[in-house]
Design a protein around this ligand. Structure first.
Ligand code: GAL
Length: 718
């Protein structure tokens, strides 16, 4: 199989061309290929796109002046200046305001807001306003409303009540975008276009009749004829064979498990439909304006419906929204993973944190306030991992509406609050870092992550519902972070030659071309760590022949006769003196070239390998065939890292993040240290510490809970 290079990889996913790019089909190149490299990418190298640039890191926010009387706007811009706010998103939910009736546009207030911001030197991040249709629209065109899996309508009254495939919504939203872009496309304060808002946040999967028709069109384009669809979906099972595309429906609520191929394609289709909305809005803007265009992605644990590897090439700059999720075991590790994934989507270039919160959100079961110093730690964690702008939702806490108890830069308690003081402190730190913008992060370790895998691996009727794809990705990432190494997150099939180690957690769905990239990488001397139940199915969710781990059997030098998931609460000891347990998952492993590294110490598979290692070509392939407990996983990761020659950042550990941003060309490098622990830590560094303005040589002390950023001197202590 020929290897896909990165631009081909991106092209695979262009919404309208994905169909032509199923394995074995013709490759279609779309537009000018983006150049991908993990190291020192010139931000101007973005052919075909309008690059977004800033010469210093920016502080920003969402601003909803329509919720406030005019007098407040003047106080707002004064305080924004005091805080150092330079990028303000407006008109994100502005549709009802600027088009109060189908035949009336009213830009008076928005004109005033844009001019006011501009007069005060504040850049505008202008929403197209299409995030949520106004009531007149859904009253006149109820067919726009989305329909859930069970056939029930999702009514207006909240937000985002529109079907992604609706031609009516598309037409009316594009008319609005054209009006907004015509009016403001040349506004001197305009710095960025903000398409819609979190596309697919609530309406990603629509099962209405319009969506059904669009799904059929998408399937026709993908498969050409219904026989190919039958083949891909395996419809000879359960009497599901289709006689024509007209018989095909979205995977609406069924009595038993729906066809997995149908469900997988519906996910692909749904992601493509929302991307098409972004592309249509972006095209309407670009016809009127040269200002870069983006949309705020949701690279978070709870966004599973959009394949952002497909989306990324269509954004002039990658922008992400991230909120700490206290339902997860380790919210700070998840933040770091998301920031690294966002940088991966940005192909290593700087990106924008479009939304995060100063304190509690309002949509978790219990909304945890941030501890003193936590605002700085979470903001700076994004900065360290490549963000060149840090924006908050929202500027001023609302008095009414569904988000009145969501934190803001200016909370209900006003400027006398700790939140405001930390906001001012963050602004001060950003102003002290003018030369940070454009610097980049590089890593020796890549972690492979795929949205398609979440869809396929977490489908019903799998061996164990206790195992989920993201859980395994988070666990592997957390072990790497705890070991103190930097990680780039890459999609399957991405070029790997710059990395010393590639970690492949639970990569259930793998195309032969993607497996070949990994195989060649190891043959040429690379090291990989693959974790259990990887390489199992192809892109149609069809089991790779010859036994598990399918596409990775030769690479790993093992065969798996049967998987043995463990019931909830059951743990099994690993054999040998170094301790450790496994939970949730074990496999009956046969060695076919690999050697056993750790054995199961008890249970029906006692004495069988739990971890194996295979010398393959000039490289090494590790396999964790069981779900190791966090300590055992960390110990394994440390061993694998050492074998691959990856050095941890001195001083880094589970509670201490140490991350570097490197200059692209002349200029200083920066060292970020975030101390999440409760005691002072010391790391080697030489240069000037930015938060305190003090000289550092040869070590830096970071108090409990604090962040420190060192502008490194040319020569660091070794
Ligand atoms: C985001 C959304 C914002 C706001 C925020 C609250 O998902 O884009 O409009 O709702 O969440 O956390």
């Amino acid at each position: 199989m020929p290897r896909l290079c990165w631009w081909q990889f991106c092209a695979r996913s262009q919404a309208t061309d994905r169909v032509a790019l199923r394995e074995g089909a013709t490759m279609v190149q779309v537009g000018t290929p983006p150049v991908w490299s993990r190291r020192r990418v010139d931000p101007a190298e973005a052919p075909g796109r309008t690059p977004w640039r800033t010469d210093h890191p920016l502080l920003g926010c969402d601003y909803n002046p329509e919720q406030w009387p005019r007098e407040v706007w003047h106080e707002d811009v004064r305080l924004m200046r005091e805080a150092g706010v330079e990028l303000v998103a407006v008109n994100v939910f502005g549709w009802a305001e600027i088009q109060p009736a189908p035949d009336r546009l009213d830009f008076d207030r928005l004109d005033e807001v844009l001019d006011l911001l501009h007069e005060h030197g504040i850049g505008v991040n202008l929403g197209t306003g299409t995030a949520s249709p106004p009531p007149w629209l859904t009253t006149a065109y109820p067919e726009v409303l989305p329909v859930a899996e069970d056939g029930t309508t999702r009514w207006p009254g909240g937000r985002q009540a529109w079907c992604p495939s609706s031609p009516v919504f598309r037409e009316l939203s594009l008319a609005l975008v054209d009006a907004v872009a015509s009016r403001y496309g040349q506004h001197p304060g305009l710095r960025l276009w903000h398409v819609s808002n979190e596309l697919g946040g609530h309406n990603s999967l629509c099962y209405c009749d319009v969506s059904a028709e669009a799904f059929r069109r998408w399937l026709r384009a993908r498969y050409g004829d219904v026989a190919a669809l039958n083949e891909a979906w395996g419809t000879s099972f359960w009497s599901q064979r289709y006689g024509s595309f007209e018989e095909v429906l979205p995977p609406r609520l069924t009595l038993s498990t729906p066809n997995p191929g149908q469900a997988l394609d519906f996910h692909r289709f749904s992601s493509d439909e929302l991307l098409a909305q972004h592309r249509a809005e972006a095209a309407a803007i670009r016809a009127r304006s040269d200002v870069p265009v983006t949309t705020n992605l949701m690279v978070t644990a709870h966004q599973r419906d959009m394949d952002y590897w497909d989306w990324a090439p269509h954004l002039d700059v990658i922008a992400n929204d991230h909120y700490l999720d206290h339902r997860l075991a380790d919210p700070a590790a998840e933040l770091a993973f998301c920031a690294d994934l966002t940088r991966g989507l940005a192909q290593g270039r700087p990106w924008i944190l479009m939304e995060h919160s100063t304190g509690a959100v309002n949509w978790q079961p219990v909304n945890i306030a941030k501890q003193p110093g936590e605002l700085l730690r979470s903001s700076v964690a994004h900065l360290a991992r490549g963000a060149d702008a840090l924006c908050f939702f929202q500027w001023r806490a609302s008095r009414q509406g569904a988000e009145k108890f969501h934190s803001a830069m200016l909370p209900h308690a006003g400027t006398g609050s700790a939140t405001w003081r930390e906001v001012l402190e963050l602004g001060r730190i950003l102003r002290a870092l003018p030369d940070l913008a454009g610097t980049q992060v590089s890593a020796d370790v890549a972690l492979v992550f795929s949205y398609e895998n979440q869809w396929a691996a977490d489908a019903p009727n799998r061996p164990s519902e206790l195992v989920t794809h993201l859980q395994q990705v988070h666990q592997a990432y957390a072990a790497l972070r705890a070991a103190g190494v930097g990680v780039d997150v890459v999609p399957p099939g991405a070029p790997l030659e710059d990395y010393r180690l590639v970690v492949v957690p639970h990569l259930y769905l793998v195309r032969d071309t993607e497996a070949a990239v990994l195989q060649d990488y190891v043959a040429a001397g690379g090291h990989v760590l693959v974790t259990f139940f990887s390489g199992i199915v192809d892109e149609d969710d069809r089991v790779h022949p010859g036994g598990y781990p399918g596409a990775f059997r030769d690479l790993l030098g093992v065969g798996v006769e049967e998987v043995h998931p463990l019931p909830e609460g059951v743990t099994l000891r690993l054999a040998g003196g170094t301790g450790g347990t496994v939970r949730r998952w074990t496999e009956q492993v046969r060695l076919t070239g690999a050697r056993a590294h750790r054995l199961l110490g008890e249970g029906p598979l006692a004495g069988r390998p739990a971890v194996t290692v295979h010398e393959h070509g000039a490289g090494r392939a590790w396999y964790a065939a069981a779900d190791l407990d966090p300590e055992a996983q960390r110990a394994l990761v440390e061993e694998v890292l050492a074998g691959a020659g990856v050095q941890p950042e001195p001083g880094a550990g589970p509670l201490v993040e140490v991350v570097r941003r490197h200059a692209v060309g002349p200029g200083p490098d920066f060292l970020f240290v975030l101390n999440h622990g409760d005691r002072t830590v010391t790391v080697p560094a030489r240069g000037t510490e930015v938060c305190t303005g003090t000289a550092v040589d040869p070590t830096l002390e970071v108090p409990a809970g604090a962040v420190r950023i060192v502008r490194l001197a040319d020569e660091e202590p070794s």
